[in-house]
Design a protein around this ligand. Structure first.
Ligand code: FES
Length: 62
């Protein structure tokens, strides 16, 4: 499913970036490009970060 329509970034790409160590929205944006245009995907990015951070001990604020 596309999380960021502007940059055509899927949830799988976001999760992969998080699993590779991206701990903040800024880092996810740098890795995938998601969130850098209209910002409508920001809440979805935060939700994915919150969900994955619990599993990874990656608890920096998103
Ligand atoms: S939907 Fe992600 S920046 Fe527009």
């Amino acid at each position: 499913m596309y999380v960021c329509v502007c940059k055509a970034v899927t949830d799988h790409q976001i999760v992969h970036a998080i699993d590779q160590g991206a701990c903040t929205r800024r880092e996810v944006m740098r890795c995938t490009g998601a969130g850098g245009v209209c910002g409508k995907c920001a809440q979805s990015l935060k939700s994915l970060l919150d969900e994955r951070a619990v599993r990874q001990d990656c608890l920096q604020p998103a």
